[in-house]
Design a protein around this ligand. Structure first.
Ligand code: ADP
Ligand code: MG
Length: 337
């Protein structure tokens, strides 16, 4: 008798969820990324008990058509890429078609969505469809995730304290807000508002909303470019430092990424201006041809492979060094905040 069989789709989704849905913050990241990919202008993130009790993301984006809703919850089902060429030129935050089925396999998910011409509500629990019905035509998508990891006890046990889980959520939403200053993003935890951006495209105001107006005033705009890369953003004056590197955000084509070399390049740009063990606050927004970025390295897409990384690192450090040298001559004029 054959010993090898294909896993059921629910089990396969749970295995994928192991990579994509590590903690409540991963759910928040995937849902907000979906909202942003759907051209939303407003995204509200409502979280209860650090996301363990519930995570709700409401957007005013494209919505999902009634006859697409079931497919959206299938693994490797996506509207964002179709061909191999697309994979090398990813313009969206998502493309793997894993988030919805993964989340639905380890939680209770209710999604209400409308494209303006059709409206649907759908309910999944533990990867099983519970209910589907027509819904009102309110443009956008409203998705609620409760009972996260109810059927994967090991994952539930592995979660850290509510403070730590919430800090992770805040970090994820902050970085998405920095990446999308054109979108009004709001984060509310247990009915307390933790972040609200205006969505008017002003990065400095988003920075002020996250790090405080006083700190934002101690940051200066930077700009630089090479043939392949455009760099904009804000960096702190050397007097404004933190004890950790996590206040350095690197955004590539609107995606917050983790990259040691580029983070080091930011620090290197300060030369000897930083004390040992102190790091700047910085937001480095880079744009480049998507062909130069391989985002298909890890399921969470936070690590990417970059062409010409050394050139990019040099651009970052040289731009910061030059800007801070200017700053010694001309006192900072950031009175517009
Ligand atoms: P991916 O984002 O990689 O395509 P997901 O599983 O996250 O995969 O989502 C599957 C599909 O469902 C998306 O490609 C998109 O078409 C649709 N979708 C998910 N969330 C939203 C949303 N908030 N608004 C509009 N469409 C959505
Ligand atoms: Mg997605």
């Amino acid at each position: 008798m054959a010993k090898i069989h294909e896993l059921s789709s629910v089990l396969a989704d749970q295995i994928a969820a192991g990579e994509v849905v590590e903690r409540p913050a991963s759910v928040v990241k995937e849902l907000v990324e979906n909202a942003l990919d759907a051209h939303s202008t407003r995204v509200d993130v409502l979280v209860q008990e650090a996301g363990v009790r519930s995570i709700r993301v409401i957007d005013d984006g494209d919505g999902i058509a009634a006859d697409d809703v079931l497919t959206a919850f299938k693994r490797h089902a996506t509207s964002k890429i179709t061909s191999r060429e697309d994979l090398f030129r990813v313009h969206s935050l998502g493309f793997r078609g894993e988030a919805l089925p993964s989340i639905a396999s380890v939680a209770d998910v209710t999604l209400v969505t409308s494209t303006g011409t059709s409206g649907t509500s759908i309910h999944y629990r533990g990867g099983k469809l519970v209910h589907q019905a027509p819904a009102p035509l309110r443009q956008g998508t409203d998705i609620t995730v409760t009972d996260l990891f109810y059927n994967t006890p090991a994952r539930l046990k592995y979660l850290k304290s509510p403070q730590t889980e919430l800090a992770n959520i805040v970090d994820v939403v902050n970085r998405l807000a920095l990446s999308y200053p054109n979108v009004a993003i709001r984060l509310v935890h247990n009915s307390k508002e933790l972040l609200r951006t205006a969505g008017r495209g002003d990065l400095q105001r988003v920075i002020a909303g996250i790090y405080g107006v006083k700190n934002a005033r101690k940051m200066v705009a930077i700009k630089g470019q090479t043939d392949d890369f455009q760099l904009t953003g804000y960096v702190a004056l050397p007097e404004l430092t933190r004890a950790s590197r996590q206040y350095i955000s690197i955004l590539i084509n609107g995606r917050a990424i983790k990259n040691q070399q580029l983070t080091k390049a930011v620090i290197a740009g300060y030369g000897s201006k930083l004390m040992v063990g102190r790091y700047p606050i910085a937001v480095i927004a880079l744009t480049m041809d998507p062909l130069m970025v391989d985002v298909n390295v890890h399921p969470t897409k936070q690590e990417v492979r970059l062409s010409k990384e050394p050139v990019l690192a040099k651009l970052i450090s040289a731009t910061i060094t030059a800007r801070l040298a200017d700053e010694n001559l001309i006192p900072s004029a950031m009175a517009n905040l």
